[in-house]
Ligand binder design. Sequence first.
Ligand code: 0O3
Ligand code: SF4
Length: 330
Amino acid sequence: MNAPFPNPDTPQANPDARGMPALKVLVASPRGFCAGVDRAIEIVERAIDRYGAPVFVRHEIVHNRYVVDELKAKGAVFVEELDEVPDGVPVVFSAHGVPKAVPAKAEERGLDYLDATCPLVSKVHRQAERQLEKGRHIIFVGHAGHPEVIGTLGQVPEGTMTLVETIEDVARLDFPKEEELSFLTQTTLSVDDTAEIVSALQTRFPNIVGPKAEDICYATSNRQAAVKAIAPSCDLVLVIGAPNSSNSLRLVEVAERCGADAKLVQRGAEIDPSWLDGVGTLGLTAGASAPEKLVREVIDRLAEFRTVDEEKVRTVEEKMVFKLPRQLMD
Ligand code: 0O3
Ligand code: SF4
């Protein structure tokens, strides 16, 4: 159990009127929405404006309940499968991407569909097609069952792509050493774990080819680097994000590996004051699908218990913006 007072190694501000020392909050930047999430949400909003409600969305547009509830209030209806979309109603595919069979089925049914797949996920899909054309079997590094992984596996015929999640999975692959393989990765993986897995692949299969840098996107790697910049000086790091958000879960792991306690929170109200026992410096970040409003909400919640002394720590400036699909441009 944590001590009731802040860590004696952490420099403390003077006690406030409640007799509690101020809580230093290091707010990581970049954090929160990436360009792919901004674009996906805008696609749903513009689709509602253009076609009128309801607009169906296949899977959570991004993995965040707050975002989903806001869009529901504007007229979006979320379903898991295309079969649940009635005929004649427009449908948006989520930012995580879909197997090829999904747009094919939508076309067969004559549905108006908008693809909110992040362009950086689509880029991986195209790489998969290219490797297939070259006759190379693809090793895909990703987390089983995640919608992005299902979508990417679904870009090529069954049996032409093999999923690996760990170094142990690499050791179990039974291709000959000289096999002409290629590898691709999910966009939201741990930068450090993936480097190890890729290096294990390269050691086992010297002819394997892959992207110049792995396919982990700029937003994922920037958010992980920003956590690395703050976590070593934090007693606790809070990551705002959902339990099904791969990139948010990776931020918790990064903070823990820097030696900090770390927790994933969806809303400010979840924060229990006992979490702050013994905490002098708290780190705060948000996954790529978590809105900035929730960062303010968490800081306001912390301020209910301690005087917050907020400091922003920026590691890099992001300027990425993605174009909307052509159907929504005019
Ligand atoms: O892929 P992940 O579970 O991290 O998805 P989120 O939380 O919705 O964040 C957006 C990232 C994305 C759509 C895929 O790269
Ligand atoms: Fe695109 Fe990266 Fe954002 Fe995923 S996390 S939506 S790949 S920019």
